[in-house]
Design a protein around this ligand. Structure first.
Ligand SMILES: [Zn+2]
Length: 82
């Protein structure tokens, strides 16, 4: 009789959709919307930033010879998590 079931499996990584915005991987600079690049929208869900947002930036990008950086935010644990 094997009784291993139940001893493991509690540490699986949840898929990205189940993670809070603050744990989502950062997008690239090119993927940012204007509002996201200006720190006015969550970089994960695109919702307007609310109090408690988590600072995730800066994201650095290049445009020709210019170096651009965007200070980005994601919903905080108390804000955008459903
Ligand atoms: Zn969000």
């Amino acid at each position: 009789m094997a009784t291993e079931a139940g001893a493991v499996g509690a540490t699986r990584t949840p898929p990205e959709a189940e993670r809070p915005c603050s744990k989502q991987p950062l997008p690239t600079f090119e993927e940012l919307t204007i509002d996201q690049a200006r720190g006015r929208a969550c970089i994960a869900c695109g919702e307007p930033i609310r109090p408690g947002a988590v600072y995730r930036g800066p994201i650095v990008g290049y445009d020709g010879g210019l170096t651009l950086d965007a200070d980005v935010y994601a919903c905080g644990p108390a804000g955008g998590v459903r």
